[in-house]
Design a protein around this ligand. Structure first.
Ligand code: HEM
Length: 129
């Protein structure tokens, strides 16, 4: 597939769709989306696209608290470090398949940083349980 720059919301949608295609089928973390949360992509997609639009284009679209959503998941299935590693791997792989350039790099860097932060917070929650 030909790679291009991330230019608009539609590009983020393209990215997120392929990301979830891969994540849902993944042998390590797929069950979290499919069996545990039974994630409804129709309602989730606009939120997650808002999230990345806010980060990449500096437009205040997303208003939510991603940490809280993941604390809730973490209670159902402890989100282990290797789950985050796989999540970040799929994120980077998907990005590299579709997009190049500054915003693609920014997305990968931010995804990695947030994943590290999130993983630490999840571990703290687990220690308290
Ligand atoms: C082990 C890694 C991860 C897993 C298994 C995971 C799984 C999920 C699932 C199942 C949801 C839907 C929650 C629901 O609607 O009930 C969700 C929401 C979300 N995730 Fe993750 N996630 C992971 C890591 C990340 C990371 C690293 C980020 C950010 C870089 C992220 C960003 C988000 C956002 C923004 C939402 C939407 C929250 C909202 O409803 O406002 N996730 N995630």
């Amino acid at each position: 597939m030909e790679t291009k720059l991330i230019e608009d919301r539609k590009d983020i949608e393209t990215f997120v769709k392929l990301f979830y295609d891969k994540a849902f089928k993944d042998d390590l973390i797929g069950f979290i989306f499919v069996d545990i949360v039974k994630l409804d992509l129709t309602s989730h997609m606009p939120k997650i696209v808002d999230f990345w639009e806010t980060i990449l284009f500096d437009t205040p679209k997303y208003s939510g608290s991603p940490m809280d959503s993941h604390f809730a998941i973490n209670k159902l299935v402890p989100l282990k470090p290797e789950f985050f590693e796989r999540w970040v791997f799929i994120f980077k792989q998907t990005m590299d398949e579709l997009f190049v350039g500054e915003l693609a790099e920014k997305a990968k860097t931010r995804a990695n940083l947030i994943a590290i932060l999130m993983q630490n917070k999840m571990e703290n929650q687990n220690d308290k349980m």
